[in-house]
Design a protein around this ligand. Structure first.
Ligand code: PGA
Length: 266
């Protein structure tokens, strides 16, 4: 794992934007894995700025989002499709049909199962994901892979944990139907990506971040599965990094990495 600790949430977003642009520049037909939640909003804002100032084009990019609520329409205010259109897709030149968010409006288990299988097949057909952007839940989830999700899991129906339902309650109006199920890429799907970049900011994430980086590999902290990925970058602000036992070591590693990059091995 490459652990990068930056002074502020803004720096985390800028770092992530650089990584996304690097992948787009390096590939003829880049495939991005995208995430929803409050953390990546600043990243998407920055990507829109870079698109508007002609530093990047998404014309040849394909995207796959991690997850979608089951039982609400794509057009619903709180669907992850609406979130992505609003925060990114509608503001850049990505081709709408190349943007994929799991299709999860149906309430029929067979239809949802087929949709999950088709999602996995579409990722394969696109050649796999070059860079998967991730956030982390307070309980260590990635996508909607809640604690005890299998590290081998694929896209499937997942029941949200109580803590996730409570954390997301703020987005739904009083009395409004709030989904308790989601269609989510599995941990196995995420681990298949060529590279992953997990962003975490703020004090509230410090416990989950510590468990992910320094805790045991455990299904109780789904993000700890990233310890198994050979190209996982974890980019944190100071607050999210505040409980790490080896914080100074990660900073030292970064300095060394920079020196190596500049050809200096002393
Ligand atoms: P957040 O969500 O960015 O809104 O904190 C992260 C997640 O649950 O994956």
């Amino acid at each position: 794992m490459q652990v990068i600790i930056l002074p502020s949430a803004r720096d985390v977003a800028l770092y992530a934007a650089d990584c996304v642009v690097d992948v787009i520049d390096a590939r003829t037909n880049p495939v991005l894995g995208l995430a929803t939640g409050s953390t990546p909003i600043a990243l998407y804002k920055e990507l829109v700025v870079r698109y508007q100032s002609k530093q990047v084009s998404f014309r040849h990019t394909t995207s796959f989002n991690l997850d979608e609520y089951i039982g609400i329409a794509d057009s619903h205010e709180q669907s992850y499709r609406t979130f992505m259109n609003r925060h990114l897709f509608d503001a850049i030149d990505i081709i709408a049909t190349n943007t994929h968010v799991p299709l999860a409006e149906s309430q029929d288990a067979g239809t949802l199962k087929k949709s999950a299988q088709d999602y996995e097949a579409s990722i394969q057909q696109a050649g796999g994901i070059d860079l998967q952007i991730l956030g982390i839940g307070l309980n260590g989830h990635i996508g909607f892979n809640e604690p005890t999700s299998s590290f081998a899991s694929r896209t499937r129906i997942k029941t949200l944990s109580e803590s996730t339902v409570i954390a997301n309650k703020r987005f739904f109006k009083d009395g409004e139907f709030q989904p308790h199920l989601a269609l989510t890429m599995g941990i196995g799907t995420i681990l298949d990506s060529n590279a992953v970049l997990l962003m975490a900011t703020g004090k509230a994430k410090a416990e989950a971040v510590k468990a992910m980086i320094e805790g045991p590999l455990s299904a109780m902290c789904p993000a700890s599965a990233l310890q198994l990925h050979e190209a996982a970058t974890i980019v944190l602000d100071e607050e999210a990094a505040s409980l790490l036992a080896l914080k100074e070591y990660y900073q030292w590693c970064e300095q060394k990495r920079q020196q190596l990059h500049e050809g200096n091995v002393s």
